[in-house]
Design a protein around this ligand. Structure first.
Ligand SMILES: C[S@@+](CC[C@H](N)C(=O)[O-])C[C@H]1O[C@@H](n2cnc3c(N)ncnc32)[C@H](O)[C@@H]1O
Length: 276
């Protein structure tokens, strides 16, 4: 059982449950093309963790180059061992991992900056979030786009709320077979006075048991109007919100459209885009 609690297993389960880098990159590329009538070439993945998205970017096209920034070296090391290892030597040369704080890490100017899975919510003070958005604006080319995501809806402001999803199994690089397993998103605390929230990710893997509090997040749940306003204050010329519809089973249809109005259903995930 203890073996299942190694960092290797947790990051693998996290990537399988949470990340959909193809959807993210297809979206970012589509919106970049829409605004600038050309394809993006360079990308910065903030809060990159295991750098799955940055690795995917350099693997997509020989012209692509990516920088991934995270201040947690052990997580970057996991990404180097399992994600960068999947790249050819030529692809890996176009990927640069930086162990540093997204607030002040220096990278060459890029076309696209992405901050996904709500990671910017670590900044709980307005001034800090603005400082971060200014750092992103500075890191972008004049034709530059910043893409982040945020969740909301009536259930996002309800404490003691659990969302359980069944995730398809997979085989780890070590050859350990993980059968279909449960990913549990627990919203443990939510304070309406300051929107601070504590959330946990738990996993239940058949044959391997439960991994409680595999990941914990202490965040401020920022609202869409706050994010848009702070983007403009930080120097972006435009802030846009893209939201999905729902399929017959009530799941996101993963088709993100520019919205000015939206029904505040139980749960949604939006892309927020800052245009340089
Ligand atoms: C929710 S994970 C995101 C992982 C992955 N990029 C994704 O989209 O799912 C957040 C990551 O942000 C990193 N992080 C948090 N604050 C940071 C900061 N100020 N600068 C750099 N990395 C930070 C953590 O080490 C962690 O790996």
């Amino acid at each position: 059982m203890a073996k299942q609690k190694t960092a290797l297993d947790l990051h693998g389960l996290y990537e399988a449950s949470v990340q959909n880098v193809d959807t993210d990159l297809d979206f970012a590329k589509r919106i970049y093309l829409k605004h600038f009538k050309q394809k993006p070439r360079t990308l910065r993945e903030d809060f990159c963790g295991t750098a799955k998205l940055a690795c995917n970017w350099v693997a997509r096209n020989k012209q692509h180059e990516a920088w991934g920034i995270d201040f947690h070296q052990p997580t970057l090391n996991w990404g180097i061992k399992y994600n960068v290892a999947e790249l050819s030597a030529e692809q890996a040369q176009r990927l640069h991992l930086v162990c540093g704080d997204v607030l002040n890490s220096q990278t060459p100017k890029v076309d696209l900056a992405l901050a996904l899975n709500f990671s910017f919510c670590v900044f709980k003070q307005r001034d800090m979030l603005k400082q971060y958005f200014k750092a992103v604006a500075k890191s972008l080319n004049p034709k530059g786009l910043f893409v982040m995501d945020i969740y909301g809806g009536t259930e996002s402001v309800t404490a003691k709320n659990d969302d359980v999803r069944e995730i398809p199994g997979f085989t780890t690089p070590e050859g350990i077979k993980i059968s279909d397993f449960n990913y549990i998103w627990e919203q443990a605390e939510y304070n309406p006075i300051n929107h601070h929230t504590t959330c946990h990710i738990h996993f239940k893997v058949p044959g391997h048991g439960s991994i409680n509090k595999a990941f914990t997040y202490d965040w401020r749940l920022w609202t869409l109007p706050e994010i848009q306003e702070i983007l403009i204050e930080a120097g972006f010329s435009k802030a846009e919100v893209y939201l999905h519809d729902f399929d017959d089973e009530g799941e996101s249809d993963e088709i993100f459209r520019l919205r000015k109005t939206y029904e505040n259903v139980q749960g949604w995930v939006a892309y927020v885009v800052g245009v340089k």
